[in-house]
Design a protein around this ligand. Structure first.
Ligand SMILES: [Zn+2]
Length: 255
């Protein structure tokens, strides 16, 4: 009896989540109105350097993301002049639930439910309701050399981004934030998960270039600039990134 009730409750929750996600994407996909994206900074490490860096953040820090999307949308002749509007939300004191390591689809669904629940409980933003919420965890570069993987829930309009708490990293941080933001709009990764190298041709900024290497820009969803068939580099800023045609199709900028 209780098993059946528990199962029914679980199915109800999953159906609700699926429907909300579908509605969110259906609303977002038509690009008829500017989408409100709110960034919530989180101190991931608790060092004084991170705290100091968080105090310097303003809406201006993230303006290059808005400008990048506006310019790229214009390149694809999107009628909407300002696709997204970025706002800086309040700082969040609690840390989001960690994504599971190597569990199947059930684990991933459970984690995405936990994340949504956590986001719902910790969202103190009092402006107009955001379409997309991005939680940005700042790490002290003196303590963490490599960052955990960032995640943009493809159907959740929600992302968790890992960033370095130093002014020198603001350019690369904005690349990662824009990448995860595009995941929430339905864009897929365009790099090889085993090697981190961009996948040809969709992960190349200029796939028609002959010879194909070296390239001098990154396709945003590939995340790196292919300098040679075996070597790829992180762009220093969004100035070295573009949105490729496959990504543009996935986010509904091209039909
Ligand atoms: Zn990705």
């Amino acid at each position: 009896m209780w098993r059946a009730v528990r199962l029914a409750v679980l199915i109800f929750i999953l159906a609700t989540v699926a429907q909300t996600a579908w509605l969110a994407r259906a609303r977002v996909a038509d690009w008829k109105e500017t989408l409100r994206v709110v960034l919530y900074p989180i101190d991931a490490g608790g060092s004084s350097a991170t705290a100091q860096h968080l105090a310097t953040l303003s809406a201006e820090t993230f303006l290059p993301i808005e400008t990048f999307l506006r310019d790229e949308a214009a390149r694809y002749a999107l009628p909407l002049k300002r696709p997204v509007e970025l706002r800086l939300g309040p700082r969040v004191a609690s840390l989001p639930p960690l994504p599971p390591r190597d569990v199947g689809p059930a684990g991933a669904i459970l984690w995405s439910l936990q994340l949504r629940f956590w986001a719902w409980r910790n969202d103190r933003y009092d402006g107009p309701r955001p379409h997309v919420r991005l939680f940005v965890l700042y790490h002290d570069p003196a303590h963490s050399v490599r960052l955990p993987h960032s995640i943009g829930l493809q159907k959740g309009m929600l992302g968790v981004v890992n960033a370095f708490a130093t002014p020198a990293q603001e350019g690369p941080n904005n690349v990662v934030i824009a990448h995860e933001l595009l995941h929430t709009f339905g864009a897929t990764d365009k790099y090889d998960l085993a090697t981190n190298r961009p996948v040809f041709p969709d992960g190349y900024a200029e796939p028609a270039r002959n010879p194909p290497h070296p390239q001098d820009q990154a396709e945003l969803m590939a995340g790196r600039i292919p300098r040679s068939p075996v070597q790829a580099e992180m762009p220093a800023s969004l100035g070295e990134a573009v949105i490729g045609t496959k990504t543009a199709r996935e986010i509904n900028w091209l039909r």
